[in-house]
Design a protein around this ligand. Structure first.
Ligand code: FAD
Length: 416
């Protein structure tokens, strides 16, 4: 083992490391969920204990509700364990694209909500004192591929019109400030990074401390009346709740469907720790403006993570088959983009996430079953939108639905 190598890291990018793999996050020491001994009743049953379910459970328990949190596997070992956890307010779709899809007013509203969500997440983490390697970071949005300097300038102009924070950098300014050779960029404050497993585990622990029951179970059947929801677990037990919240990541139960939702496979690698002097200025979060984009961040222990290579999800076998090539391409991309870093790869992994055809998440009541609320399709902004979902769902359960909630409705029309 190399001197700076951690247990579980690989010396080289061997085939075995390229299976589903694992990310460099420390798996939190969270008590396992327990199978129920009897059927249960509660105010809200949250199905799925990834980052979304954890945020929902924490928020609802803070509001004094009696919550049951259910997961069929180990909590926060779904997409959350694979997340590179760049907590960005900039949405996968640029403001220009989102404006074309939804009009300026609605697109700006989504961007502002996202900006407020990252600030809200920061306040929550600080308020609860969660140890999750949370660090405020600026982002650098780079010209790449077909997205050249004119596209960056147009995006910047629209963001300025919307009152969003940021600074335009031309080729010279980008080179002077960051030593990066790209035609242009937008430098924006207000984003952050974290360890997603520590964050989800910490939230679940806080929720448990407030009495949230953590139940191991596979939720199979959902039966909703005007007054209650009955959830049938695979082991035969039943949970009766006033509301159910579906936060099952990229796997949607049959009771919910959306013509907008698609699942994407994505790939990432992390280096062994670098000398801090070899990392870029301010450790900004870096992402590219191109349709098929790459992104980079650093970690609290000085690794570089680079991700991208997204593909439509075929199945897990296909993703595993593609992983070796995708990881090698990411490694080549890293050495071309930031040659002063060493390219010793310690972790290589892949995962799936849900996204939508119109760039906005799906949050709200399941059509025809208003007591079942769902939160899906976040794209690369998963964690930011998970926070937004937890607040929207809290308001909806309290009877405080707002007109703008409709922007995220599950039965909204496909964009033309
Ligand atoms: C490689 C990769 C990189 C990413 N990078 C970023 C990033 O930089 N920034 C960002 O914000 N987002 C990123 N994302 C997206 C983000 O990670 C996801 O949006 C987020 O983790 C989704 O969390 P979740 O809780 O909704 O789903 P999950 O974490 O998948 O959790 C769902 C849980 O539901 C449980 N479950 C499913 N079905 C049932 C059932 N029937 N009964 C009981 N339990 C059930 C599962 O066991 C699982 O634990 C990335 C994703 C991947 C894969």
């Amino acid at each position: 083992m190399a001197p700076d190598q951690q247990p579980g890291e690989s010396e080289t990018l061997a085939h075995d490391d390229l299976r589903e793999g694992r990310a460099p996050w420390i798996h939190p020491d969270v008590p396992r969920f327990v199978a129920p001994r009897e059927s249960l009743t509660c105010d809200v049953a949250v199905v799925g204990a990834g980052i979304t379910g954890s945020l929902v459970a924490e928020h609802l328990s803070a509001r004094g509700l009696n919550v049951v949190l259910i997961d069929r596997e180990q909590a926060s070992h779904g997409s959350t364990a694979a997340s590179t956890a760049m907590l960005q307010w900039e949405i996968d779709r640029s403001l220009v694209e989102l404006t074309e899809l939804h009009g300026f007013e609605r697109a700006v509203r989504a961007y502002r909500l996202s900006l407020a969500a990252v600030a809200g997440l920061r306040g929550l983490i600080n308020g609860l004192g969660l140890a999750c390697a949370f660090r405020p970071r600026s982002t650098l949005y780079l010209a790449a591929g077909a997205a050249g300097p004119d596209d960056i300038a147009a995006e910047f102009a629209l963001r300025r019109r919307a009152g969003l924070p940021g600074r335009h950098l031309d080729f010279g300014a980008l080179r002077r400030s960051f030593d990066i050779d790209r035609a242009a960029a937008i430098l924006s404050p207000g984003s952050a990074e974290a360890d997603p497993m520590a964050l989800a585990g910490g939230l679940t622990g806080i929720a448990a401390g407030r009495g949230v029951r953590r139940i191991a179970g596979d939720a199979r059947d959902f039966d909703a009346t005007d007054r209650m929801v009955h959830i049938g677990l695979a082991d035969g037990h039943e949970i009766e709740a006033r509301h159910a919240v579906l936060a099952t990541g990229y796997v949607m139960p049959d009771v919910v469907s959306s013509a907008l939702h698609t699942v994407t496979s994505t790939f990432a690698i992390a280096t062994r720790p670098q000398s801090p002097a070899r990392l870029w200025r301010d450790r900004v979060l870096i992402w590219e403006a191109s349709q098929v984009y790459h992104y980079l961040r650093t970690t609290a222990d000085d690794r570089i993570i680079i991700g991208g290579g997204d593909e439509p999800y075929g199945d897990q076998d296909r993703r595993i088959g593609e992983a070796a090539g995708k990881h090698a391409a990411l490694r080549a991309m890293l050495s071309a983009f930031w040659p002063r870093a060493h390219g010793d790869i310690a972790f290589a992994w892949s995962g799936a996430f849900g996204q939508t055809a119109d760039g906005l998440p799906l949050i709200g009541p399941v059509p025809g079953r208003r007591r079942i609320l769902a939160a899906y399709g976040y794209g690369g902004n998963g964690i930011t939108f998970s926070f937004l979902a937890s607040r929207m769902i809290g308001a909806m359960i309290a009877g405080d639905a707002a007109p703008w909630h409709e922007d995220f409705a599950l039965d909204r029309d496909r964009p033309r």
